[in-house]
Design a protein around this ligand. Structure first.
Ligand SMILES: [Zn+2]
Length: 286
């Protein structure tokens, strides 16, 4: 039976979403498919990254090898330069040793014992150091040896037998005469101690200086001297002035070098200084 009330009755219809059958199965299939795609892309990008990394590594390895060869080359060049320097130093050392030998000083400078440098193998660096040190030692020791000229001027009379300017007879000249301007400064040719000053008929006013290794220098015919007996003098220090005292025919300096009482040719020592100056110029001491 129909009644109006029946129409007014609120319909309580439940909204029901209908889940298709096998929904979860579909979902799982789709999900795993999507995941697969994602993983696939990730894998691909990782692979490409790996490839580029590998390439970088190869490039770095190449660069490393390049640098290594460069380093080798530099090392070789350095070694060669050092070897060259050692060669130059060796030449200089032997040159200096020759000068020292000629002056009769090998024993005092230890050059006679040092000949065996070519013996056992030494690395160039070490050899370089040894040679450098040796040259410096020679230079400092030679400071104590009378070298060079005591005053400016030209040599008018040499060492050895000559005709005596006063008697005209053959006589031994135990030094050299340097003609210089009257009053020109006379300097000590090496560090030493003033052994004697005075006046003699032959030498006129004179100064005698004692040096190391048995050397004695004599400066004669001075106008005056400015040092006292026992005074220490340095190489190059003014000890007096050129004059014409004693047996002299004009202003000049009589200069002698003696060693252990024997006179030596001063010219050898003057020349030695010139040779050494050349060595010192080409080898600036540290
Ligand atoms: Zn003389």
């Amino acid at each position: 039976m129909w009644s109006g009330q029946e129409y007014l009755k609120p319909r309580t219809k439940r909204l029901k979403v209908k889940i298709p059958r096998h929904f979860w199965l579909y979902f799982l299939v789709i999900f795993s498919f999507a995941l697969n795609i994602l993983l696939f892309w990730q894998n691909k990008s990782l692979k490409s990254q790996l490839v580029s990394l590998k390439r970088e590594i190869v490039a770095l390895e190449l660069r490393e090898k390049e640098l290594e060869t460069q380093l080798d080359q530099l090392q070789k060049e350095k070694e060669e330069l050092l070897q060259q320097a050692v060669g130059v130093l060796k030449k200089r050392t032997s040159y200096m040793e020759k000068i020292i030998r000629r002056l009769g000083l090998s024993r005092h400078f230890g050059t006679s014992q040092q000949k065996a440098l070519g013996g056992p193998y030494l690395p160039p660096r070490k050899e370089y150091e040894i040679l450098r040190e040796r040259i410096n030692t020679y230079l400092t020791r030679l400071e104590k040896v009378p070298l060079g000229k005591p005053c400016r001027g030209y040599i008018s009379s040499y060492y050895g037998y000559r005709r005596d300017p006063f008697t005209g007879k053959r006589a031994f000249h135990s030094g050299i005469d340097i003609v210089a301007r009257y009053g020109a400064p006379v300097r000590a040719t090496a560090d030493g101690v003033v052994y004697r000053v005075g006046y003699s008929r032959g030498l006129g006013r004179y100064v005698k200086i004692r040096h190391k290794h048995g050397f004695l220098t004599v400066y004669g015919h001075l106008r005056k001297y400015v040092v006292k007996r026992g005074e220490r003098v340095k190489k190059g220090e003014i000890i007096g002035y050129v004059g014409n005292t004693g047996r002299s025919t004009g202003p000049h300096l009589h200069y002698e070098i003696r060693r252990w009482g024997r006179s030596l040719n001063p010219l050898r020592f003057i020349r030695a200084e010139r040779h050494l100056a050349r060595v010192a110029r080409s080898f600036p001491s540290s």
